[in-house]
Design a binder for this molecule. Structure first.
Ligand SMILES: Cc1cc2nc3c(=O)[nH]c(=O)nc-3n(C[C@H](O)[C@H](O)[C@H](O)COP(=O)(O)OP(=O)(O)OC[C@H]3O[C@@H](n4cnc5c(N)ncnc54)[C@H](O)[C@@H]3O)c2cc1C
Length: 379
C-alpha cells in the first residue's frame, strides 16, 4: 500500500503549514477565532480540497483530504475539523447528491470559509436504528412541509445550513428516506440551545414545526438511503482521520515527556514497563493508520469499501481510547491536570466510538459480512 507522490505532497504541505501557522490546540475554537481560522484555511485553498475547482475546491482525492485532516489535527484539531467538514464531511452531501443550482449557491461559500453546514440525521428515538426516523417531508407543490426533530447536531450553533434526513413517503419503509437542505431562518425551523459535550464541543437539537422548505432544496427524495450512507462512509473516514491525528499528538507529547521526566534518579523512559507501553502504543498507531489509509485509498480509487471503512472506524476509535488513556497515565498528575492538553485529547477521541455509528453497530455489520448472514435486529 503505497502513497503516491501527490499524496505525500499533500501530507507535507499540511504538516509544514501546521508547524508555521497554527497554534497548538487545547480546546475547540469558537466565535471569531473559529471564523478567522476558517478564512486562513480558505486562503490556502484547504477548505473543500476534494470539491471541484469551479466551486473553489482543489479537486483532490478523499485520501488526500484524510492526510491533510490527520496532519492538521496533530497541531490544531479545529483546523483539521474545518477541512473535514468542508471537503469529505457534510459538504460532500451537496457535492455528491446536490443539483447544479445547489452546488453553485452553497459550495463557493463553503470553500471561502463563510458557510458551515450541520447534519441532522439522529433523532431522539432513532440513533443506531437510524431508519426508525420520524421526521416527515410532505410534498405540497412548490415546497415540502417538514415536521419532527433532530438531536446531537454537531456545531449547529455555527451552521446556517443543514442537511436534514426525512421521510418523503409514508410506507414506513427505508425507501421513504431522503434528504433536504434547510436554511437557518426558515419559518417553522428552530435550532435548539447549544449543549456542551464531554470534549467541549457544542451540539444542538433541531425542531421542525410546519417548516416550509422550497422544493429546489431537495437533495434526494426516496430510495436514497444507500446513496446517503455511501456519502456517510466518507464522513466516517474523515472523523477517524481527526481521531488519529489527535491520538498521534498525544503520543508525540508523551514520547517527549517520558524522556524529560525523572523519577528514582533517571528518565522514566528507562523503566521497562514504560518502554513496553510505548511499543504497544506505537504498534496500535501503525495498525490504525494502515487500516485508515487502506479504506481511504479504496475510496479515492472509486472502489469505496464499506467494510474496510467499518474496520478502520472501529479500530481507530478503540486504539485512540487506549493510547490517549496510556499517554495521560504516563504524564501522571500532569496528565490529569487541565494545564496539559492530555485530558482534552482523551475526552476528544472518546466520541469516535459513538459518532458515525457506534462500534457495536459496526461490529454487527462486519459479523454479517464475515458470516454471510443478515442479522435482523428487530426479531
Ligand atoms: C460527538 C458526537 C457528535 C455527533 N454528531 C451528530 C451530528 O452532527 N448529527 C447527527 O445526526 N448525529 C450526531 N451524533 C449522534 C450519533 O450519530 C448517535 O449518537 C449514534 O448514532 C448512536 O445513537 P444513540 O446515541 O441514539 O445511541 P443508541 O442507538 O441508543 O445506543 C445506545 C447503546 O446501545 C448500543 N446498541 C444499540 N443498538 C444495538 C444493537 N443492535 N446491537 C448492539 N448494541 C446496540 C449502542 O452501540 C450503544 O452502546 C453525534 C454523536 C456524538 C457522540
Amino acid at each position: 500500500m503505497l502513497m503516491t507522490e501527490t499524496n505525500q505532497e499533500w501530507k507535507d504541505v499540511a504538516r509544514d503549514f501546521a508547524s508555521r501557522k497554527l497554534q497548538m490546540g487545547t480546546h475547540w475554537l469558537e466565535g471569531e477565532e473559529y471564523w478567522s481560522n476558517a478564512r486562513m484555511l480558505a486562503e490556502q485553498g484547504f477548505l473543500g480540497i476534494t470539491l471541484p475547482e469551479e466551486y473553489g475546491g482543489l479537486n483532490q482525492t478523499l485520501f488526500d483530504a484524510l492526510l491533510m485532516i490527520e496532519e492538521l489535527c496533530k497541531v490544531c484539531p479545529t483546523s483539521g475539523r474545518q477541512v473535514y467538514h468542508s471537503s469529505i464531511g457534510i459538504a460532500s452531501f451537496i457535492n455528491h447528491l446536490g443539483t447544479e443550482a445547489q452546488k453553485k449557491l452553497y459550495l463557493p461559500q463553503i470553500t471561502a470559509g463563510k458557510l458551515f453546514v450541520g447534519l441532522g440525521m439522529s433523532e431522539p428515538d432513532a440513533g443506531s436504528a437510524a431508519t426508525d426516523m420520524k421526521t416527515t417531508a410532505v410534498d405540497e407543490g412548490d415546497h415540502y412541509r417538514l415536521n419532527g426533530s433532530k438531536i446531537w447536531v454537531s456545531e449547529a450553533h455555527l451552521a446556517d445550513l443543514f442537511v436534514v434526513y426525512a421521510r418523503f413517503g409514508n410506507t414506513g419503509r427505508t425507501s421513504d428516506i431522503g434528504a433536504i437542505l434547510v436554511e437557518r431562518g426558515t419559518p417553522g425551523f428552530t435550532v435548539g440551545v447549544p449543549e456542551e459535550n464531554m470534549s467541549g464541543e457544542f451540539q444542538s437539537a433541531l425542531y421542525f414545526d410546519d417548516a416550509l422548505v422550497p422544493k429546489e432544496n431537495v437533495l434526494t427524495e426516496r430510495n436514497a438511503f444507500k446513496a446517503l450512507m455511501g456519502v456517510y462512509n466518507g464522513v466516517r473516514l474523515g472523523f477517524a482521520a481527526q481521531t488519529l491525528g489527535i491520538t498521534q499528538a498525544a503520543f508525540d507529547r508523551t514520547v517527549q515527556y517520558i524522556q524529560e521526566r525523572k523519577q528514582f534518579g533517571k528518565e522514566i523512559c528507562e523503566f521497562q514497563g514504560i518502554q513496553w507501553m510505548v511499543a504497544d502504543m506505537f504498534m496500535q498507531l501503525e495498525a490504525a493508520r494502515t487500516l485508515l489509509y487502506r479504506a481511504g485509498m479504496a475510496a479515492a480509487n472509486n472502489k469505496p469499501d464499506k467494510h474496510a471503512a467499518s474496520v478502520a472506524k472501529v479500530y481507530v476509535a478503540e486504539a485512540a481510547k487506549k493510547i490517549t488513556d496510556d499517554c495521560l497515565q504516563l504524564h501522571g498528575g500532569y496528565g490529569f491536570s487541565k494545564q496539559y492538553p492530555l485530558e482534552w485529547y482523551y475526552r476528544c477521541v472518546r466520541a469516535a466510538s459513538i459518532a458515525g455509528g457506534t462500534v457495536q453497530v459496526h461490529r454487527t455489520m462486519l459479523a454479517a459480512e464475515v458470516l454471510g448472514r443478515k442479522f435482523d435486529q428487530r426479531k
